[in-house]
Design a protein around this ligand. Sequence first.
Ligand code: GLU
Length: 504
Amino acid sequence: MNKKVRVRFAPSPTGGLHIGGMRTVLFNYLFAKHNNGYFILRIEDTDQNRFVPGAEEYIFECLKWCGLEPDESVMHGGEYAPYRQSERKEMYKQYAEQLIKDGKAYYAFDTPQELEEKRKTILNFQYNHASRNEMKNSLTMSDDETKKLLEENVAHVIRIKMPYDETVSFTDMIRGEVHFNTSQSDDKVLLKADGMPTYHLAVVVDDYLMKITHAFRGEEWLPSSPVHILLWQYLFGLENMPHWAHLPLILKPDGKGKLSKRDGDRLGFPVFAMNWTDPKTGELMHGFRERGFLPEAFINFLALLGWNDGTEQEIFSLDELIEKFSIERVHKAGAKFDYEKAKWFNHEWIKRLPVTSFQLQVKQLLQNAGVEINDDEKLKTVIQLIKDRCVLLTDFIQQSSFFFQSPKEIDINAIKPKWNEHKKQFFVELIRTYQLATTWQHEALENSFKEIAAASQIKPGDVLLPLRIMLVGGKFGPHVFNIAEVLGKEETINHIKRTLQLLQ
Ligand code: GLU
């Protein structure tokens, strides 16, 4: 590639960022970094009615959590600032006027009421090549009439004049040749009555001004592409147009239709990167981060929703993804969302990463659950001991709380049915031996446990589960003697004594 690669993610701040959006971010980022290019984040906030406070900040936080920092953005600055379309308002008008001069667009003076009336009376009314001749616009009015209305500042919009029955074609990097008939599209508004551009004009002008070389976006934008291609042709010449790629949809787990924001709640899994609370309704949408996912796993999972490197490899770090990613290997077909697979990735990443890379998150989770942590070294040891059995970071709460505070409940009913005097004597002896122990290390603790069992003619297996329940409260946790080692002598003995009393 001879031109410096510049790609953009261009969200409208209208709500939380669901995983489809995050995957678009990721593919843009990977492509940019693979080609030593730039990843730009542009806020497309031209539709003021849909603006949602907090959405922009939320998008930046999601990207930060995933480590997918833009090179240029509202937050990061850059040569092509401003990166928020509402702040670029004045730039777009001249392009809309240029289109009028060239006969590719026109002024339309129809009032919202008049348009509403048409929609009411004509089924599926479209402002297009057929209907535009009956409407109030600069094509049906004389030049003088138009001029007069413009001078009087009569509210108007600028619409593209879609050609009749022509074919617009372009090469999509994922789909290959794509063709559209221009008559299928209506005469989209380019500049609104309030002077703001619509998305269609702004996206083309900004991709041009920001020297975007590749535009990757969701498949839902494919139907708009002929309008964008025509605008490129009219304003800047097709040779300057970015290469397009429309990314496949993320489908519901059963493959039937697009995964919607509602599916998460319905099926019990998150569809947002992070928790998102709708400021108007107060409704909470669950996020992968709060569910206990590591960013490494989330990214790995997202990358494989519609892409693979052609081998059986499934675990990829961000650096490996950057190295291996190619847009041509993104599938055309939609990718099925699979929550169990997402959890599998998380488990794999918990096993692989060093404790230090998520110790702080676990500490926060424990503290939020009311478990106080005063000893970071001990926490590190505990995490190391249990991490292989934790699928989500939230699993660390159950698996490790008992190391830091006595279990609130002891599942005494799991011991009672098989409890007898013989077993009690065993534990009395165990306490005596442990009290005399000079080293407190799991192998030695296990050895003396077995010796006492042998001497008391008791099967070690019969007293192991009671010991586990005494130490952790229930039937879970890592190897019992590892637990005892980390708990320390005093705590271990206290736990046993306490349970013996409960069993009286
Ligand atoms: N603003 C559009 C969106 O919200 C961006 C589409 C594009 O990337 O062209 O998704």
